[in-house]
Design a protein around this ligand. Structure first.
Ligand SMILES: NC(=O)c1ccc[n+]([C@@H]2O[C@H](COP(=O)([O-])OP(=O)(O)OC[C@H]3O[C@@H](n4cnc5c(N)ncnc54)[C@H](O)[C@@H]3O)[C@@H](O)[C@H]2O)c1
Ligand SMILES: O=P(O)(O)OC[C@H](O)CO
Length: 344
């Protein structure tokens, strides 16, 4: 696999899909290689903004996008002939999006998931959804996940990430396509660990936002982050992941970025809950995807099926479902049986 003259389709021209297009374009330019990036946007006004002004103002303000990115509202046109297909739609839309395009995606194409969510109705990871819908071998599935707040990356602020594939040469290829002066990818073969890290950190960020909305300070938030990492790691190990992955960029790294940043949509949604808003009100106010709200019930169901204890995720699930009063959460978590700190 060579990185020169690659044709890439990106499905989803929101914050991260558009930013990732810029990452690929800038990396190719730095290597002195050409790349053809077709970004699929559902709405014509987004397509027009990208093609005419080289901006995606709705999601990325006045960030200028490289010329090698073209937008189309025709998803079939975007994926036809693409050697790499990147998927950046919300998790609950992944299956339908792939099913609609399955016959047009090249059987040898590499599929890259940027998604940090589980499918709510099946508790499937994106690795599972992609494999089921495209009959995709593990060697062709890559997940990219890490402390990657899109707006910071679009401004070319330095960051690292994880590019995971069970077949290391594929991860190596996608890492080579993304590496640039502001974006440093590390390879990993632990797809399950990388995916779970990205999914559960959104739920922990909701909990941190909740604490914020309640007016609690840094001790409460540090406690949630630390114990949140413990329960994330427990779930990841139960589905066969390597605990080291969760101590890395796709676990701890992303957890810190998301829980600390006012840019995080999950943390912002959590804060609204903490201020007393209902799920209907929170979803109504959020203009972008907060995956944790949709994924939390699936995470809790998955944890139950593996006999894994996840008290913070359980509490967030109860808040999202509207079955608990916000003021009762602290006592729900602090009133549990005392036990040794042992991490796992
Ligand atoms: N924004 C970030 O900083 C960031 C970083 C890393 C990972 N992610 C993950 O990337 C994924 C996408 O997030 P985002 O931030 O780009 O979201 P976003 O809300 O900014 O954009 C989502 C995109 O999906 C499209 N979309 C919405 N519903 C759709 C449907 N029914 N069918 C097809 N397309 C649909 C939207 O039009 C939009 O283009 C999420 O899983 C998120 O967790 C986001
Ligand atoms: O804005 P959030 O909460 O979806 O988080 C964005 C990224 O996942 C951070 O790595």
């Amino acid at each position: 696999m060579t990185t020169d003259h690659v044709t890439v389709a990106i499905l989803g021209a929101g914050s991260w899909g558009t930013t990732f297009a810029k990452v690929l374009a800038d990396a190719a330019q730095e290597r002195g290689e050409s790349i053809d990036i077709r970004l699929w946007a559902r709405r014509q006004e987004v397509t027009d903004d990208i093609n005419t002004n080289h901006t995606n103002t709705e999601y990325l303000d006045d960030i200028v996008l490289p010329d090698s990115i073209t937008a189309t509202s025709d998803a079939v046109k975007a994926v036809t002939g693409a050697e790499v297909v990147v998927v950046a739609v919300p998790a609950q839309q992944a299956r339908n999006t792939l099913a609609d395009l399955a016959e047009h995606i090249d059987s040898e194409a590499i599929l890259v998931s940027l998604i940090k969510g589980l499918e709510r109705s099946t508790q499937a990871t994106m690795a599972e959804v992609f494999a089921q819908e495209l009959n995709l071998p593990a060697e062709q599935f890559v997940v990219v996940s890490g402390p990657n707040l899109a707006k910071e990356i679009a401004r070319e602020e330095p960051t690292a990430t994880v590019v995971a594939c069970e077949y290391e040469p594929t991860a190596e290829f996608i890492a080579a396509m993304t590496a640039s002066s502001y974006f440093r990818p590390y390879r990993n073969t632990d797809v399950a660990g990388v995916e779970i890290g990205g999914v559960v950190k959104n739920i922990i960020a909701l909990a941190v936002g909740l604490a914020d909305g309640q007016g609690y300070g840094d001790n409460s938030k540090a406690s949630i982050i630390t114990r949140g990492l413990t329960e994330t790691t427990r779930l990841a190990m139960a589905i066969g992941a390597n605990p080291d992955t969760l101590a890395g960029l796709a676990g701890l790294g992303d957890l810190v970025a998301t829980c600390a940043s006012p840019l995080s949509r999950n943390r912002t949604a959590g804060k609204l809950y903490g201020q007393g808003h209902t799920t209907e009100e929170v979803v109504g106010q959020m203009r972008q995807t907060a995956e944790g709200v949709k994924s939390v019930s699936a995470v809790v169901t998955l944890a139950h099926s593996h006999g894994v204890e996840m008290p913070i995720a359980e509490a967030v699930n109860a808040v999202v479902a509207g079955t608990i009063q916000i003021r009762d959460i602290a006592q729900l978590l602090l009133g549990r049986d005392l036990k040794p700190e042992a991490r796992l």
